[in-house]
Ligand binder design. Sequence first.
Ligand SMILES: NC(=O)c1ccc[n+]([C@@H]2O[C@H](COP(=O)([O-])OP(=O)(O)OC[C@H]3O[C@@H](n4cnc5c(N)ncnc54)[C@H](O)[C@@H]3O)[C@@H](O)[C@H]2O)c1
Length: 228
Amino acid sequence: MRALVTGGGSGIGAAVAHRLADDGFDVTVADLEPEGTATELGASALRLDVRDEAQVAQAMDGVDVLVNAAGIGSTADAPGTSLEVWEDVFAVNARGTFLCCKHVIPGMKARGGGAIVNVASVAGLVGLKNRVAYSASKGAVIALTRALAVDHVGDGIRVNAVCPGTIDTPWVQRLVSDAGESLDALRARQPMGRLGTPEEVADAVLYLTTAEFATGTILTIDGGLTAA
Ligand SMILES: NC(=O)c1ccc[n+]([C@@H]2O[C@H](COP(=O)([O-])OP(=O)(O)OC[C@H]3O[C@@H](n4cnc5c(N)ncnc54)[C@H](O)[C@@H]3O)[C@@H](O)[C@H]2O)c1
């Protein structure tokens, strides 16, 4: 089975690529910078910008399992969010996920089925402070996941999403070093009092790639953040 992981060059996507490779998938790491993870795994590296429809259309040929983990963030409230930032965040998180799904589905359908897992976020489910563009883009990913699940259930294509809480990746390290956020506060907002690991999210993604009765599932993996 061929699996393609966008955002596979770092963090959650890299852990997913490792997990799927360990499970026997033939993995393609698709990212702006795919080489590091791909070399570690002996997997195929594909330089892909998920915002670019022509690149995405070429990338999706023969893919049985697609994991959309490419994403970018933003840390501001609405008055502090420029239109440019809003559009940049939506271009990667919402449009990129849409384009990858759009172009992978025809091949999956022709081969009798497939599985898509979108990496959304708890920010798409509950209000988090200073995440307005990011939250809205992840809400779009969640709605897209459900809409695709219903449209393609008859094609044998399952479409699910994970909603991670705060996970210890280079992204969160940048929130602390560049955006000045407090690591203690990020830990404390999760009832477990710690960050999740990329591997814990990868386990949830692997589950959704193989859970034959699951489609349209939005699986939180968040140390209790949305339960509180
Ligand atoms: N880390 C968290 O706390 C957290 C929580 C919830 C959801 N998420 C989501 O998980 C996903 C991965 O985040 P992460 O924490 O591993 O971040 P990360 O920054 O470590 O990795 C993101 C990857 O996406 C790639 N990427 C960015 N723009 C791209 C583009 N246009 N085309 C292709 N690749 C692109 C980057 O090169 C990078 O390798 C994101 O969608 C993010 O929104 C992260």
